[in-house]
Write a protein that binds this ligand. Structure first.
Ligand code: AMP
Ligand code: GLY
Length: 415
C-alpha cells in the first residue's frame, strides 16, 4: 500500500511510525511532513487540495490519512472523493462537528446527547440574560476554530459578559461572531476515540490529555503537554455508557442528517459524578493522544483505516499494554516562537521512542523548530513503568530552553 499522510506534527509522525510495522505498506508520503518524517518516507511540497489529489491519482496512492482538523473542515475529503480516491477522514459537512461549536451544541441537543446547558447567540442582551440563569462560573466559547484559544472559563457573571462582549466585538475575528455560553462542569476530562466508517465504529483505549503548561494543571492552556492510555479512570461500565449514549447516537444522527461520519471521532468528555458529558467533538486524532494510542493498536493498521474509509470497518485488536507520552516544548511555548536550536540525543531505552513534531532538518541534524518539539513515549505493562520509560527518555534528550511537565499520568497514579 502507498499511503499519503496530510499534516506535520507528532500525531502524523506517530501514525507513520505505526504504519511502518505493517508488512503491506510499501511507501509513505507526507504533505508537508516535518524535519523527521523525511526519514520515514518522502515529504511533499504541495499546497492545494487539487495538487494533493492529483499527486495521489498520478502516483497510485492507495490511502490518504488526514491528521489535522484544518484541511478536514475546509473539505479535503470531498475533493479526494470527487476524484475517486480513498481517503480516511470526514467530509466537510461532517467536520462541522469540530469546525463550529454552535453547530455541535445544536446537534447534541437535537440528538439528546448529554452536554453542558448552553445558549448559542450573537445577541449580547440575550447572552446576558442567559448568563444570569447559570451558577457563578460560566464558560464562554467562540463558535469557530481558534486553535484552542477561543474558550474562556469566567469566574463570575461580569467576567463572562465581558468575554462574550469582546468576542462579539471581534477579538477572535469571524470565529467569535456567534458565541456559545454554557454552564461550567466540574469533573475530570477524558479523550474518547472511535474509528468510524459512517455506520459502525470501534473504540480505542480511553486516553487522558494534559492541556495546561505546568504541573498539576496550572498555567496557560496548550495543545497538550502529555497523554497516557488506557486510563483506569474509565472502567468498562463508563466505556459502554459513552458508546451507547454518545458515540452510537452521534453516528445515527450524522447519518440521519445526510452527513455520515467517517474517520476518527474524538469526543472530549467531562465526567461529572460518574456521568459522561460531551465537552466537544473533534474529527481527528488528538495530539498528543495519538502518540500513545498508536503503540496500543495491534494488527494491520493500514487495512483497518482503509476498511473504515471504504465503509467496511470490522474489528480492531488492541495490545495489552500501557503507553505514556511526555511532550518536550520549546522555551517560549505557548506564548511565542523560539529560535531554532539543535537537539542532542542520548540513549533511547528499549520500549521507548520519540515522535517528532516541531522539528526541522539540516545536514542530517534535527533542530527544535516549533512549539511542541517532540513526544517521548514509553510502552510497558503498566502506567508506572511506561511513565518511567518515557521520563528516562526525556532525560536523554537535550535542547536549549526545553520544557516539559514532570507529572504526566498523575491522575492515574495518584502521586
Ligand atoms: P473545548 O475546546 O470546548 O474542549 O474547551 C477547552 C477546554 O476548556 C476543555 O478541555 C475544558 O478543560 C474546558 N472546558 C470547556 N467547556 C467546559 C465546561 N462547560 N465546563 C468546564 N470546563 C470546560
Ligand atoms: N490533545 C487535544 C487535541 O488534539 O485537540
Amino acid at each position: 500500500m502507498k499511503i499519503l499522510i496530510i499534516g506535520s506534527g507528532g500525531r502524523e509522525y506517530a501514525i507513520a511510525l505505526r504504519l511502518k510495522e505493517d508488512k503491506n505498506v510499501s511507501n509513505l508520503y507526507f504533505a508537508p511532513g516535518n524535519g523527521a518524517t523525511s526519514a520515514l518516507g518522502e515529504n511533499l511540497d504541495l499546497k492545494t487540495f487539487e495538487e494533493l489529489a492529483n499527486f495521489a491519482k498520478d502516483n497510485k496512492i492507495d490511502l490518504t490519512i488526514v491528521g489535522p482538523e484544518d484541511p478536514l473542515t475546509k473539505g479535503i475529503v470531498d475533493v479526494f472523493k470527487s476524484k475517486g480516491l480513498v481517503i480516511f477522514g470526514p467530509s466537510k459537512a461532517a467536520a462541522r462537528l469540530e469546525g463550529s461549536k454552535a453547530y455541535m451544541k445544536e446537534f447534541l441537543a437535537r440528538n439528546a446527547i448529554r452536554t453542558a446547558r448552553f445558549l448559542n447567540s450573537d445577541n449580547f442582551e440575550e447572552i446576558s440574560k442567559f448568563i444570569h440563569t447559570l451558577d457563578e462560573k460560566v464558560v464562554v466559547k467562540a463558535d469557530g476554530l481558534c486553535a484552542g484559544k477561543g474558550v474562556i472559563i469566567a469566574q463570575n457573571h461580569d467576567e463572562a459578559r465581558d468575554a462574550a462582549w469582546e468576542m462579539l466585538k471581534g477579538s477572535f475575528g469571524d470565529a467569535g461572531k456567534t458565541v456559545v455560553v454554557e454552564e461550567y462542569l466540574d469533573g475530570f476530562e477524558l479523550s474518547f476515540f472511535a474509528i468510524c466508517d459512517g455506520d459502525n465504529f470501534v473504540s480505542l483505549p480511553v486516553a487522558q490529555d494534559h492541556k495546561r503548561l505546568l504541573n498539576r494543571d496550572q498555567g496557560p492552556n496548550t495543545g497538550g503537554m502529555g497523554a497516557y492510555a488506557p486510563s483506569p479512570l474509565a472502567d468498562e461500565a463508563l466505556i459502554k455508557r459513552v458508546e451507547n449514549e454518545i458515540v452510537a447516537p452521534t453516528l445515527r444522527g450524522m447519518k440521519k442528517d445526510g452527513n455520515p461520519f467517517c474517520g476518527v471521532l474524538f469526543v472530549g468528555l467531562m465526567i461529572v459524578g460518574g456521568v459522561p458529558y460531551v465537552l466537544e467533538y473533534n474529527v481527528r486524532f488528538g495530539d498528543p493522544e495519538c502518540e500513545v494510542l498508536m503503540p496500543l493498536i495491534d494488527g494491520n493498521l493500514s487495512q483497518i483505516l482503509y476498511d473504515a474509509a471504504t465503509g467496511k470497518l470490522t474489528d480492531i485488536k488492541l495490545r495489552d499494554k500501557f503507553a505514556v507520552g511526555v511532550v518536550s516544548a520549546s522555551e517560549n511555548y505557548p506564548y511565542k516562537s523560539t529560535p531554532k536550536t539543535k537537539i542532542n540525543l542520548g540513549k533511547i531505552p528499549a520500549n521507548a521512542h520519540i515522535c517528532y513534531a516541531g522539528v526541522s532538518e539540516e545536514n542530517g541534524e534535527i533542530y527544535a523548530d516549533g512549539g511542541r518539539v517532540l513526544v517521548s513515549v514509553g510502552v510497558a505493562n503498566n502506567i508506572r513503568e511506561a511513565r518511567n520509560l518515557a521520563y528516562e527518555l526525556v532525560k536523554n534528550i537535550e535542547f536549549e530552553g526545553s520544557q516539559h511537565r514532570s507529572d504526566i499520568a498523575y491522575q492515574a497514579l495518584r502521586d
